[in-house]
Design a protein around this ligand. Sequence first.
Ligand code: RM4
Ligand code: MN
Length: 408
Amino acid sequence: MTDLAAVRAVLAAQRIELPSWAFGNSGTRFKVFAQQGVPRDPFEKIADAAQVQALTGAVSKVSLHIPWDRVEDYGRLAAHAAELGVGIGAINANVFQDDDYLLGSVTNPDPRVRRRATDHLLECVDIMDATGSAELKLWFSDGTNYPGQDDVRARQDRLAQALAEVYARLGDGQRFLLEYKLFEPAFYTMDVPDWGTAFAHCAALGPKAMVVVDTGHHAPGTNIEFIVALLLRAGKLGGFDFNSRFYADDDLMVGAADPFQLFRILHECVGAGVLLPPSAATDPLAAGQAGADHDGSGLGVSYLLDQCHNIEPKIPGQLRSVMNVQEATAKALLVDRSALQVAQRSGDVLGANAVLMDAYNTDVRPLLVELREAGGRDGDPMAAYARSGYAQRIAAERVGGAQAGWGA
Ligand code: RM4
Ligand code: MN
């Protein structure tokens, strides 16, 4: 039997980090559709993220993207966030939108460009210091389009050098998350195409270098939960960039395309003991496993969203995403782990599978409604948002100025 009190405690403590860019306009290479009330600066983005926190109670922090979220005074931005009940999360470096980066950033054959790119990463650590952020997220668009274009091994050496420089700059309680992506924008080789490459670089550096799994960055059919299990076992899973995809890097709402996959991923997290209330001394669900401190950094696994809401309204899109993660987490927590172990050890293939499916097929929505209400919130965040009038207010107030967008 699953301990329901423990399930409730974990759900109540679960925190999800929202991306600032989810609140700006976004689209495809064909068209970006503007929406009314979209934030015009990072302060307004944080205000919108704080709405998601107010309605769900499940949001810890907001990730920033530099330079999209560049401000004069980062201390003021952090204070604004704190006033609204959220923190500043991962600082996402951006070394993919300047003409200099045509042939790459930290792996560019030109040392001047490499220097410039690495300096930007170091500047992001300064911003971490100024905002109290603990994480630097590194995603490189670097790669090549044609066989022979550049020396693949030399590019790895350049990458290692830049990562080592950034690693040395990290302070106590700070770490970086290295992200990988199979293809796009480079089409022949990406310099960090997969978890193995990210892992090799992080393992060479030490505990402040961790891998982040963006669920949209794999080949179709990849078993992502297996990667998650391996990284957890190695103590190298720093976090997730959650989103969902039907085809490539679609950045759709997490849990929309494949809620079962999301459940399977979170099942691995529960099994490894990394889905715990931060203060839990012992893990009631996975006795004997490493807890939130599985990697030695004390930061545990970060659950970040990395999404764009191209056609749906932004704040409800984030609300739905948070709810989808909560639902999948609740199901993963409901897996009867002792029954599962018995079935697994006795070679009962169908029995073991049935334990998992029973949990997955449970309607956990009433449990989540109950938890929200116990926290003094509306059980239905979507309806509460619609009633709140916030959407109408920002549409009326936010006139003039330039709306924020992906890449702006
Ligand atoms: C990249 C990667 C990064 C995100 C940018 C916007 O594909 O997923 O995490 O910051 O897009
Ligand atoms: Mn990502």
